[in-house]
Ligand binder design. Structure first.
Ligand code: GLN
Length: 234
């Protein structure tokens, strides 16, 4: 039985693990922690959690995982949540002065702290009920927990799964949206094998995004197992 895996370098990996363990009952997922290059190569899928994107990139570099991760992303399913979504983006604005190391993989441009940052008068963290097409029970809104989240600023991309932010109060939108298809309101999307959520599904008890990633991105037909990247102490 091949191991289907999942990774976390820093941040909310334990919460993802809990969600996957709950899902395991339904989908035979085996969530384990991975901390080496060898572990990564046993992986069939990967979650890059929320946390701090520059820290995750730095830890990936220090542990020799940066290039292996970039290669992994070329051919394997990867889901990035919040900081992980930043890392999967092709470009980032609002990074620190010398820019920011990204892994890439999804053709989206993202604004780091696009909803406001700490010390800013804008509200940077909030919850919003999201309408997400493509999820199981999609008529039930998904509670999006946004914690100093990035905001997408991409022009046209093919969106296989999107969450609408139409329920957000207008003052929380990064910029006034011109129409309901405005890509700046994208908070979740799937592009090919990759899933990106700018909020934290692992902080809810709702496993629908984990289920979605398992079913649609990792192994549409097989039972799945996952592994985790263990946190590397900073
Ligand atoms: N703003 C953080 C970053 O730049 C992400 C925050 C999060 O993951 N909740 O990485």
């Amino acid at each position: 039985n091949p191991i289907r895996s999942l990774l976390a370098l820093q941040g909310a990996f334990a919460e993802h693990q809990t969600r996957l363990q709950n899902l395991r009952l339904k989908r035979k997922i085996n969530a384990i922690l991975v901390k080496t290059f060898e572990d990564l190569h046993r992986c069939d899928g990967l979650i890059i959690p929320g946390g701090e994107s520059t820290t995750i990139a730095l830890l990936a570099r220090l542990s020799g995982l940066l290039d292996p991760l970039k290669e992994f992303i070329q051919t394997k399913p990867v889901w990035g949540t919040c900081a992980g979504a930043i890392l999967l983006s092709q470009s980032v604005t609002g990074a620190k002065k010398d820019g920011q190391e990204l892994l890439g993989g999804v053709s989206i441009d993202i604004a780091r702290n696009g909803w406001g940052s700490q010390g800013n008068t804008q509200v940077e963290s909030f919850e919003a009920a999201l309408d997400v097409s493509g999820l199981r029970d999609s008529s039930v809104p998904f509670t999006g927990i946004f914690i100093r989240a990035p905001a997408s600023v991409s022009p046209s991309i093919r969106r296989l799964l999107t969450a609408s932010c139409s329920r957000l109060p207008p003052h929380l939108l990064p910029e006034p949206a011109e129409d309901e298809n405005d890509p700046r309101t994208i908070v979740a999307l799937r592009q090919g094998l990759h899933l990106l959520t700018t909020f934290h599904p692992e902080l809810t008890r709702d496993d629908r995004f984990h289920d979605y990633f398992a079913r649609k991105c990792v192994f549409p037909t097989c039972p799945i197992d996952f592994a985790y990247q263990q946190a590397i102490p900073a």
